[in-house]
Design a protein around this ligand. Structure first.
Ligand code: P6P
Length: 331
């Protein structure tokens, strides 16, 4: 047990963070509020049946009421969320700005409020994924200062809503994990400076799409499941929520992949979004000693040209990601 070290208390002990600890504390206090509100809602969602709205989001995906509600939880929290002045969300076509929060040291938060929302209906795990980037002084109404590589992220994290609600984040000084004590209503330190095992024994992918991938991706999966020895006998673990599947890699090693689909009617860039899914989790992977790759290049070096752009992803233990790259998984 960590002796009940709260998130706020732990932040005060952080050093060598990518942003001033005072700004980190202000931002993470809002994240903690959001996480607590979503945890409470999910506990009831199964009763309220927060199913589909009948609309589709910018991704052309059916929007669940929960996705829209989760986005509003962020908008409400950051309306009084100085020093964050801009929000970019999977659920909004365009960025949202709170000019009253703009100062020389203001930030943009990029997020997927409810990741894996289709799991709601089957009481499965879901996540919230977020990243924070510093805005340029006097940045104006454009977002060129946000369309920069993931190496410029100052905070990255996710909340995993599973049997327990856990908040995982890094501000550039290691990865720390907190578990929600629902009685206290506080996130309590569970593990600090978490390191990802150099290799694991599971892989996570929607194998139903294998026929659409590059041949190298199929060959990679065939290799790690060819049962010749322990290192080619991986088990498939895939739950349909990126944060949940990544969390397994963080703690036990292994790899998560969502390849490009080059076959007719496939998703040519894969499904997951760079700015608020791949870049934050790749920062966490690297902070924990793992890697995040497109199959060809380091995710954190990619600068988005559009806020909802997608890329293929191979993320997890350093050895598995390197092995995948050696199979030319993306052609
Ligand atoms: P598929 C959820 O919709 C999500 O964005 C990720 O959380 C998850 O890893 C992936 O898509 C699942 O996609 O195509 O396997 O249903």
């Amino acid at each position: 047990m960590s002796g009940g070290i709260t998130l706020a208390r732990h932040i005060m002990t952080k050093s060598a963070t990518a942003l001033p600890v005072a700004d980190l504390a202000l931002i993470m206090e809002r994240i903690e509020l959001i996480a607590t509100r979503i945890t409470r809602e999910l506990a009831l969602a199964g009763l309220d049946g927060l199913g589909y709205t009948g609309e589709t989001n910018v991704q052309g995906e059916k929007v669940k009421k929960l996705d829209q509600w989760g986005n509003k939880v962020f908008l409400d929290a950051f309306e009084h969320g100085y020093p964050v002045c801009s929000l970019i969300s999977e659920e909004m076509d365009e960025p949202h700005h709170y000019s009253s929060n703009c100062r020389d040291n203001s930030y943009c938060i990029l997020y997927d409020p409810i990741d894996g929302s289709s799991n709601t209906d089957v009481n499965g795990s879901l996540g919230t994924i977020f990243a924070v980037k510093k805005r340029a002084p006097r940045h104006g109404s454009g977002i060129d200062d946000i369309l920069v590589p993931g190496t410029k992220q100052v905070i990255a994290g996710y909340i995993l809503y599973g049997p327990a609600a856990q908040l995982v984040y890094s501000a550039g000084a290691g990865v720390d994990i907190f578990t929600l004590d629902r009685i206290l209503g506080e996130f309590i330190l569970w593990k600090e400076n978490v390191k990802m095992p150099p290799h694991g024994s599971t892989y996570a992918v929607n194998q139903g799409n294998a026929g659409k991938w590059h041949d190298g991706a199929r060959k990679f999966v065939a290799h790690i499941t060819s049962r010749k020895d322990k290192r080619t006998s991986y088990s498939l673990r895939y739950c349909g929520a990126f944060a949940a599947d990544f969390h397994r890699c963080l703690l036990e090693g292994g790899i998560f992949m969502y390849p490009a689909e080059v076959a007719e009617g496939g998703k040519p860039k894969g499904k997951l979004r760079l700015m608020y899914e791949l870049a934050p989790l790749s920062m966490l992977a690297e902070q924990a000693g793992g890697r995040g790759s497109t199959g060809k290049e380091r995710i954190l070096e990619l600068a988005a040209t559009a806020i909802h752009e997608r890329h293929p992803i191979y993320i997890g233990s350093a050895e598995e990601v390197a092995l995948a790259e050696s199979f030319n998984v993306e052609g």
